[in-house]
Each structure stands twice: as C-alpha cells, then as structure tokens.
Design a protein around this ligand. Structure first.
Ligand code: SDX
Length: 434
C-alpha cells in the first residue's frame, strides 16, 4: 500500500447544536477528502450520496484521473505514453505489481501467462450446456466464477502464493474463455491456445482461426487490440471496479469477485455502452437518419434514446482514451483499407454534439466507448463480443484493485448504511381482514 494521504487540516460540521471537527486528508495529487469514519459515532448522522458521486470508497495508488483536465495515469505514467510505448502485458504487470517490470520480471510473467492459457477440458461441456445465443458476458462471468470449482487449491485471498497462481491463471485463461463464448455462439470448434503467438495474437487465433487452415496474425489488428486493451486496463473506482472491491471485501476468492465485476461491466450505462454505440450507429445508418435528427432524439425527454458513448461521471472536459481511440480508428481503417460508414456517422454525431448547448451545458463528451466499437467492428468482431473485449482489457485493473483492497491497513467488509423511509409501525393482519 502506498503512503496514505496526509492529514493536515480539519473540517468543521455543525449538526443542530453540535459542532464536530472532522479530519481532512489530502492525496498525492492534492485531492482532499473529509474523513467521516467517526461521523455517526459523534453525531448520530450518516451521509447520503446517491451514486456515490461525492464519496470516496478507499485510498488507492493505482490510477489517477483528473476529470477537469482530461488526465489519466496508471501508477503515475500518462496513458498517452503507455499507449505509445508499452504493451498490454507490461501494463498489466505495472497495474498489478506497482512498477514497470525489468527484463527478467517481464520474461517470467510473460512465460507464466503463456503456460496457463489452456482450460480444463470439462469447460467444453460447460459451454455446450449454454444456448447458442448466450450473451458472451453471461458466459464469461459464469465461466470465471466456475474457475473457482476447477482450481480450489488457490482460493485464499490472503495467501500470497495462491493469489499469484490465481492471478496468472485468470489473466492467461480469460482470452480463452472469451473466445470459447464466441466460438460457441457461431457453432465453430473451440481453438486451443497456441503458445507460439503472443498474448493478443493468441486471442486473435482463438477468435478468428479455425482448424482447417493456417492462421496469420495481422500485425495491424494485433497492435490495435493491444492498444485498446491498454486503454481499458483500469479506471479507478468505476462501477465494475467498485463492485469487485465490494464483493471482494467479503473475503470471497478472486474468481468470485471478478465474476461480479464482469456482470457490472455488462450494463449498458457502463461497459455495455460500446455495444450500444455500434447498434446506435447502425440504426442511424439503416433508418436513414441524419446525425442532427438523432442528436435531437437523444436530447428529448420524450425519447429514451441517449447518445451512447457520450458523457462520464468524472470526465467533464474530454476522455483522453476517446481521443487516442478516435485517432487509432482512422489509422487502423486506413491500414486495413476499410471504409466505415459507421465511423463517418460517429464523427458527424461528435461534431454536432460538441457544438450543441444541451451537451455543452451538461459537459458531455465522447467517452472510451464512443469509438472503440468502430475498430472492433472493422476487424470483424461481432457487437455482442465488444463488452467481453472491454472486460479482457479491464481484467488487470480489477485484479490490481482487488490486490490493493486486501493489502489495505483499513480493510473492512463493505457495508453501507441507509435512511429508512418505510412505515414506522405496522402489524400482521389475517388474510380475511386485508
Ligand atoms: C464507462 O466510471 C468510469 O470510469 C466508467 C468507464 C470506465 O473506464 O470504467 O469510463 C467506462 O462506463 C463509460 C460510460 C459509458 N456509458 C455510456 O456511454 C452511456 C451513456 N452515458 C450515460 O448514460 C451517462 O453519461 C453516464 C452513465 C456515463 C454518466 O451518468 P451520470 O454521471 O449519472 O450522469 P447523468 O445520467 O445524471 O446525466 C446528467 C445529465 C442528464 O440530463 P438532465 O437530467 O440534467 O437533464 O446529462 C444527460 C442526462 O440525461 N446525459 C445524456 C447522456 N449522458 C448524460 N443525455 C444524452 N446522451 C447521453 N449520453
């Protein structure tokens, strides 16, 4: 656990005729929080904060976001630098272990991951029991949870060796699990991992390869996926990470906590938005709508449409990941020689929205999901796999946060309070009198 925040000043709170002093802590980037851990004991009050928009759940040394300045750093390193110079496995190590690996550490980590990619053969029966149209996120969350049944020898979250084994197994096997979900949905044979490929190339082989022909990893696609996985790798206390931490705080094993995180990410307001974006762009194309027509629908209270891929709880200026992905869209499609009408629609929507008062007043900008699906679509990924690719990228971040949770000196099971608003006094009434 990195140095804890400094406690330099106090906040004064007056409740009725009572005044209490509460400590104010300051993080390494100058963010301040009022420590309310003594609030109920001293005042009898709790706080209320729907959606936790003003509430910190922990102190963390993993990822820093400045939503006003569009800053994102993993362990202090700017996302732009990692996107340009690093690779996904190296970034995974950085997030989980807190530092860039030296050559020996990276070699050991890469080899260990490479040799844990296979799944127990009984997983074939697991997938065979699922309907053909099973959503890959349902399959992946169930399969990750099931890993706990196949590997009962490494479930103790406080045993360093068992944690290391589980972490390597999960990072190694998730691409296999995700590709199996896809292959099951298209009725194609599952592809065993080929450890002659690198991590991302192996995923491509298992997704797009088949037993009838040789497979050559397209370097343009491999690099694009590696970049997208880096950009999705962590994002401080977002919904799915907070879910992973809350579930993990019960001391359940890693697989159980991550399975919960996968389900949270699936939601259309969170990681499921990347699938919603491409469906939105395709609907605009297929219905012959103009970008302006759709933007007006997204603004209207009478219409449930939202401009999916726009808006963010933290970024109120721009999402640095969206900028990098938008540039990658053009680079990848040019290199692949792919013309994407969906990209043209996305660019038009962005141009309209960024000049429209509704979006400007609410500080709504493209987020990580707005352009990512255009690349996934251009490389032949079905839209129902987009969020599974988000999960693959986010996996090291969830794991890093889970590891940090268990090393936190303030570790406690998460158990929020509530303000009760139901009937104050009630009694049971016999059914004949109801
Ligand atoms: C991710 O937290 C993270 O870090 C998440 C993430 C990560 O890496 O883990 O960055 C990944 O989840 C990105 C977000 C993907 N979701 C979407 O793109 C779905 C569309 N966007 C939203 O639904 C919304 O913007 C959220 C969920 C992202 C943020 O929700 P908030 O902060 O609770 O904001 P809100 O819903 O209260 O919206 C504020 C206002 C509302 O209007 P008013 O009530 O003030 O009139 O903005 C409007 C909303 O109606 N609004 C939108 C909009 N997003 C918000 N209107 C139209 N289109 C949108 N996309």
């Amino acid at each position: 656990m990195a140095d804890t925040a400094e406690m330099a000043e106090t906040a004064e709170l007056r409740v009725g005729d009572q005044t209490v002093q509460l400590p104010v802590i300051t993080g390494s980037e100058g963010e301040r929080a009022i420590d309310i851990s003594r609030l109920r004991a001293e005042t009898g009050c709790i706080t209320l904060d729907p959606g936790y928009a003003n509430t910190g759940s922990c102190q963390s040394a993993i990822t820093f976001i400045d939503g006003e300045k569009g800053i994102l750093r993993y362990r202090g390193i700017p996302i732009e630098e990692l996107a340009e110079k690093s690779n996904f496995l190296e970034v995974s190590y950085l997030l989980m272990y807190g530092n860039l690996p030296n050559a020996d550490q990276l070699d050991y980590f890469t080899n260990s991951i490479n040799h844990h990619t296979m799944l127990h053969e009984d997983f074939r029966k697991f997938y065979a029991s699922l309907p053909k149209d099973a959503h890959p996120m349902a399959a992946c969350s169930a399969a990750v949870g099931a890993l706990a049944t196949f590997y009962p020898d490494s479930l103790d979250p406080r045993d360093e060796h068992e944690v290391e084994v589980s972490v390597h197994r999960l990072i190694a096997k998730f691409p296999t699990l995700a590709s199996y979900a896809y292959k099951h949905s298209v009725g194609q044979p599952f592809m065993y991992p080929n450890n002659g490929f690198d991590y991302v190339g192996n995923f491509m082989w298992m997704m797009f390869g088949n037993p009838c022909e040789e497979y050559e990893v397209d370097e343009v696609v491999r690099k694009a996926l590696d970049l997208l996985f880096i950009l999705h790798a962590d994002h401080e206390q977002n919904c799915s990470t907070s879910t992973t931490r809350l579930v993990g705080s019960s001391m359940v094993n890693l697989f159980g906590a991550i399975s919960a995180g996968i389900n949270s990410l699936w939601g259309p307001l969170h990681g499921g938005a990347n699938q919603q974006v491409i469906d939105m762009l395709a609907a605009i194309r297929d219905e012959g709508m103009t970008g302006r027509q759709f933007v007006e629908r997204a603004k209207s209270n009478d219409d449930t449409s939202r401009l999916m891929g726009f808006g963010h709880r933290v970024y109120k200026n721009f999402d640095p990941r969206a900028r990098i992905i938008k540039k990658a869209c053009f680079d990848v499609l040019n290199q692949l020689g792919v013309h994407s009408p969906l990209l043209e629609i996305a660019v038009e929507l962005e141009e309209i929205a960024l000049k429209d008062d509704y979006f400007v007043e609410r500080k709504l900008y493209p987020n990580v999901d707005f352009y990512s699906g255009v690349i996934y679509n251009a490389i032949g990924t079905p839209s129902n796999m987009f969020t599974a690719l988000f999960a693959l990228g986010r996996l090291p971040g969830w794991i890093a946060q889970w590891i940090e949770l268990h090393s936190d000196p303030d570790f406690r099971i998460g158990r929020p309070r509530q303000i009760y608003t139901g009937p104050t006094q009630n009694a049971w009434i016999p059914v004949e009198e109801r």
